[in-house]
Structure formats: C-alpha cells, structure tokens
Design a protein. Structure first.
Length: 454
C-alpha cells in the first residue's frame, strides 16, 4: 500500500466475528461515508465454498496428518463419525474465558487432535490465518472494494467486556502470529485440501519466533456492536435499546442509552442489565438431539450408541434449521429415518422448561431498562434481536411475554435486526435472512461512530 492509498483509507476498519457456529467479517471504508457505500460485509463464505457467501463455519479438523478449515473441516468431521473423532467447533470458549491465557495453553483433546500436536492457542492462530486469507481474497475479488484496504486495522468481537484501554496483549500477539502464518502458508488455506501438520507446526514455530503485524486495533463487546448496527441502520432511533443476542453458545443481553446530542452520537451501557446465559442455540440443539434419540430408540451396544450420538450432534444445527423452516426435520442413521415435527419439540417438557428459563432471564434484563426509561420519561424501548437465534419463530413472542410479566406504560418494539423489521428499512433487502448474524461484524467495524461513554 503506497502512502497515498494508506492516507486515503486510514479510517478503514475490518471487523471479524468469531461466531460459535459461523464466522463473519465486514469492512467499514470510512464511518463518515453513507452506509450503503462505506460498510460492506465480506463474502468470506464464497471464498471458503460455504453454504452462504457471507458465512463460513468456525471449524477445524485434524485428519490423517492434515489440518482442515471451515467447510472442508466440517465435511471431514461428518465422514469421520466412525473413528470417535471430534472437530474443534468454535473459539468462543477461549474468547470468553475468565482466564484466557490458561484456556489458550490447554492442549486440544485427543478426540480433536490424536497427534497431540496443538494447543488451543495454536488452533486459534491457524484459524485466524485462515480467516485472513479469506478476507484478503474476498477484497481482491470484490469489484467495489479497493485492494488497498486489505491492510486496514482489524477488530474482533468479544463475548465479554474487557475493561481498560488499549489492545489486550494476549490477543494482539495472537493476531501478529496469525499474520506471519497467513503470509507463510498463503493460498494453501484456500484449496480445501488441508495443510499438513508438519507445515502448520513449522509455520507456528516460525511465527512465534518472528511474528508479523496483525494490524489489531481493539476488541469490541458484541452487544455494543449489535447496538451500533441497530442505531446506525434504523430510521427511527429510540433512546433506550436492549440487545438480545442469541448465538449458538451463549445468549448475551446488554442495554444502551443512545444520546444524539453529541457528535458523533454516543452509546452508554446500562450495566445493571447486562447478562450472559447458556440458554442459547446449543441448548436447543441438545434438547432436539435428546428428543431424537428417545424417538428413534437406542443401539444395541455402547460403540454404536456413541456413533449415533456423534452423528446426531453433528447434524443438530441443520436439523434445527430444517425444523423451524419447514415444521419438521428428519435424520437417517443406518437403515432408519426418524422424523421430528415442530409441535413435538414445542410440547417437549425439556423444551418448555428451557423457554420458561429463557423468558425469566430476558425479563430480568428488560425490567432494568424499563425502569431507566420510566425514570427518564421515555415511552418506548427497542428490543433488538441479533445473532443466529434471532429468527427463531417463537423469539418475538417470548420477549413480549417477558415484558408482560410486569406491566408498564413503556411500550416495547421487538424485532430482529433485519430488513423484515420496518425499523431497518435502509438495509439491503438481499441481506434479509443473514443480517442478524452479520450485524456484529458490521457494528464492530462501525462502532467508532457511537463511542461508549467512559
């Protein structure tokens, strides 16, 4: 990047969202540009050959001396259910750990890495290098994004709020090592044919000795990113916003007060409303798998039982998506196909217990925001549903029922962060189904427009 190009795009930012199930990346060319010009989700899924052009599976898999990434890793994992092997399915447990250094130092389980080669830190560095290659290739092929911004400063969304200023040194070091690995292994990440463990280990060792420049600027608290997206795209902003972010691993709730009197507008968090709960998409998957196993019936021996369970767990997210899209889902294992209908899940005692617990959790955060709104004389609170779980058909009604547990004169406007919601009519309609999922990466790239109050 020459000096002229660097100066022209010095306000550009790329934000990566390590979703539990799917990763996303977006770029903000300049926060002062109109949104339709300045903010663009990057088609990293198209580059990785995933199902959706904007989403790539957050998966690594070790198989026969090679490391696979993204869709290729998921495909190898599905073919490998007979070998008692597991994929590494997300980095949220590391990013959200109380002691991230301890989590990063842990060895991968033998079922994930039978060679005993890799620690969680190694896996994260390799996966970040994979994403870096996807991002660079997406920018290179995009007709409306200048190649110069491939070296824009990077951000990542975090499921936890890390107080203090400056970049967390642990994650800065990981980004720097990932940059060196990305440069060394390059297009090998994009072939889908995997990379040998020897090559991965060599690149990791050399990167630890001589890291690159990962261009990391900061981490962004995920609900803050979602709130920034909601308020940037809405045509009717309100003073109080509760973000309900349902991912695969956690449900995160955080509330913000929006102040348009400052330039740029400011977001300050209502900290007493913040919650993180495990009542998320993976919990629905677990209940669905248990229902499937009960309905199908077990196997005759322990080995076949474990194989059946592993197959069901790897298929759970696809089954859930099919169930809520069509009203039923089916999985064939061996000679037997077992179908579950939506009403069977909704009537399942475990699922009903889950819904009650989730409603009460939402109500606890919502009440804090309503109390603040009442004290300020506000008459409406926006509840923004973000993340992959935001489009579950029961979610809007569940949030409304949580608000009704304690009647208030403050009205609730509840809806997914999506063009389906008229509040967000400025969003490109072609992004309708995926917008709640990419909203974190979009908001993470935009968030300097609405800085948090100290």
């Amino acid at each position: 990047m020459d000096d002229g190009e660097s100066k022209r795009y010095d306000r550009a930012r790329i934000c990566i969202d390590f979703g539990t199930a799917l990763s996303k990346a977006s770029i903000c060319l300049d926060p002062m540009l109109p949104l339709e010009v300045g903010v663009k989700p990057l088609p990293i899924g198209a580059i990785s050959r995933a199902e959706h052009p904007l989403l790539t599976p957050s998966v690594l898999y070790v198989d026969e001396g090679r490391m696979y990434f993204g869709p290729a890793a998921l495909e190898h994992a599905r073919r490998g259910v007979d070998s008692a092997r597991d994929p590494l399915l997300s980095f949220k447990t590391v990013l959200g750990a109380t002691d991230p250094n301890a989590a990063l130092a842990a060895k991968l389980r033998p079922s994930m890495d039978p060679t005993g080669t890799f620690k969680a830190r190694d896996a994260l560095v390799l996966y970040l290098a994979f994403l870096d290659q996807l991002i660079r290739e997406a920018i290179d092929l995009a007709p409306n994004i200048p190649n110069a911004v491939a070296n824009a400063r990077r951000r990542y969304t975090s499921p936890v709020w890390r107080p203090g200023t400056g970049v967390d040194k642990t994650f800065e070091a990981i980004f720097n090592e990932a940059a060196a690995v990305s440069q060394r292994l390059g297009n090998l990440f994009l072939t889908g044919e995997g990379i040998s463990i020897a090559q991965c280990k060599d690149a990791l060792d050399k990167a630890a000795a001589q890291p690159g420049n990962g261009l990391l600027e900061t981490g962004i608290f995920e609900p803050h990113a979602a709130a920034a997206t909601a308020l940037a795209f809405t045509n009717a902003p309100t003073r109080y916003v509760l973000v309900f972010d349902m991912g695969a691993g956690t449900v995160d709730m955080a509330a913000f007060e929006f102040d348009e009197r400052t330039d740029p507008p400011a977001l300050s968090e209502i900290k007493e409303a913040r919650q993180c709960s495990a009542l998320a998409g993976d919990e629905i998957d677990r209940i669905l798998v248990e229902l499937y196993i009960r309905k199908r019936g077990g196997e005759k021996n322990r080995e076949d039982e474990v194989k059946l369970l592993r197959t069901a767990v790897l298929s759970a997210r696809d089954l859930k998506r099919e169930l809520f899209a069509t009203g039923k889902c089916s999985l064939k294992t061996g000679w037997m196909a077992t179908t579950i209908r939506a009403n069977e899940l909704m009537e399942d005692p475990n699922f009903r217990t889950y819904l009650t617990a989730l409603r009460n959790t939402v109500a606890a955060s919502l009440q804090r925001v309503i109390e603040r709104a009442e004290a300020a004389g506000a008459d409406v609170v926006d509840v923004v549903l973000a993340g992959g779980g935001s489009r579950l058909p029961f979610m809007v009604d569940l949030v409304k029922s949580a608000g009704a547990l304690k009647p208030s004169r403050v009205a609730l406007r509840v809806g997914p962060l999506s063009p389906a919601n008229p509040l967000y009519s400025s969003v490109d309609a072609s992004l309708r189904d995926v917008f709640p999922q990419i909203s974190m990466s979009v908001g993470g790239a935009l968030v300097e427009m609405m800085p948090a109050q100290p």
